[in-house]
Write a protein that binds this ligand. Structure first.
Ligand code: HEM
Length: 356
């Protein structure tokens, strides 16, 4: 009975959608197997955490109220009154951090395998824009609980672009919706967090994955095959699912053993508490700004740091265009060495900000 219904359903879809063509493509696609193949799972893991974020985010949205008078109260309600509300919130917050961590790993490994080279330039460019969007999720989501740390960290965070020449003040006003953090800021952060960023990310992830299917998986320069390439469907897909199940188990354990906390409600009349720091992924910028003197020769120190970080982002996005086709088969040691230096710098700044 069941197999008969399933055959009827399959035939119905087969006669209306190109199911057979898609399946043929997935079965003919191969994933190269070599000593770096493990890194191929991190794009899929990023996708997994993104899906967790969408599902848990929708559940939180049912109860969250985005106004300064009700935001904190609604989070307390979610944590204490809603069945499993504390767990859903904890999973959402932990998965956000894990998503950013695996996204960085995905990007770093793609960088070292030089998978951004032609014809995959657009995969890299869409990836960097996705990185910006994902960091945007972190930034906009941080204010939503409206507790002390969220409030003051957003105050510091929205202050940072102010020193940028020409556009600085406008960027800050655009983010805050006024001179101070208030109801307008919360509305802006919430709309960005639940509508603008998810829509943009969904579209771009779709494009990124389409390109991945179109070009197939790249093979790193100089890698020796360990064994025969793996069929993408069903073999690699099943391994992807195995990595998702391990990630889910880990996420559930962390979210239950270390439930995400909530500080005191933000009080706009109280002075900022000592030692407020942003989330770990913004610490390198935060610490660099803190260490640079306010004037560097004729330049404003803070503006200079901001310009260097923005320029760094632009260089990163354009990377495939200057490490391109002409050097296709060369292991570009110079670019890899610069990459290692930048990663060491960012991690040291992060550690320094933590222990300071
Ligand atoms: C929401 C964020 C992202 C998602 C969901 C995602 C997802 C994926 C998936 C599933 C793959 C195929 C499996 C793999 O090779 O790992 C992939 C490949 C790739 N991704 Fe991403 N990715 C994201 C962000 C990024 C970022 C930040 C970059 C780099 C700037 C990037 C660059 C690439 C490249 C170049 C490939 C091709 C790798 C190859 O063919 O070997 N992606 N991505």
């Amino acid at each position: 009975m069941f197999s008969k219904i399933s055959r009827i359903v399959k035939d119905w879809f087969r006669s209306r959608l190109p199911v057979d063509t898609v399946m043929e493509h997935l079965k003919s696609k191969k994933v190269p197997m070599h000593r770096h193949s493990i890194w191929y799972y991190f794009g899929g893991l990023t996708l997994f955490f993104f899906m967790v974020q969408v599902i848990t985010g929708i559940l939180l949205m049912f109860y969250y109220r985005p106004t300064p008078d009700h935001a904190y109260e609604s989070i307390v309600f979610i944590m204490n009154e809603v069945r499993f509300g504390w767990l859903v919130r904890s999973i959402h917050s932990w998965a956000a951090n894990l998503m950013i961590a695996v996204l960085f790993i995905h990007m770093i490994t793609v960088f070292f395998m030089q998978a951004y080279r032609p014809p995959r330039e657009l995969m890299w460019v869409s990836g960097i824009v996705l990185l910006g969007l994902v960091l945007g999720f972190g930034f906009t989501g941080y204010l939503l609980p409206w507790d002390e740390i969220a409030f003051y960290a957003t105050q510091i965070g929205t202050e940072i672009p102010r020193s940028l020449p020409i556009v600085g003040e406008s960027v800050m006003l655009l983010l805050r919706g006024g001179q101070e953090i208030g109801a307008a800021t919360l509305t802006r952060m919430y709309s960005l967090h639940i509508i603008v960023l998810p829509l943009a990310t969904l579209l771009l992830v779709g494009f990124h994955l389409f390109l991945n299917q179109y070009y197939g998986v790249s093979k790193p320069v100089n890698s020796k095959p360990k064994r025969e390439a793996l069929q993408f469907y069903p073999n690699f897909v099943l391994r992807d699912v195995r990595s998702w199940l391990i990630a889910l188990l880990l996420l559930l354990c962390i979210a239950m053993i270390f439930p995400w906390g909530l500080g005191e409600e933000a009080d706009l009349l109280k002075p900022a508490p000592e030692g407020i720091k942003p989330e770990w992924y913004f610490l390198p910028l935060f610490q660099t700004l803190k260490m640079v003197p306010s004037r560097l020769w004729v330049f404003d120190g803070e503006a200079l740091v901001n310009i260097v970080f923005v320029a760094g982002g632009l260089v990163l996005i354009l990377l495939p265009f200057f490490d391109g086709k002409s050097r296709m088969e060369r292991n570009n040691k110079l670019i890899k060495t610069i990459g290692v230096i930048i990663i060491i710098y960012l991690i040291s700044m992060m550690i320094y900000a933590y222990i300071e």
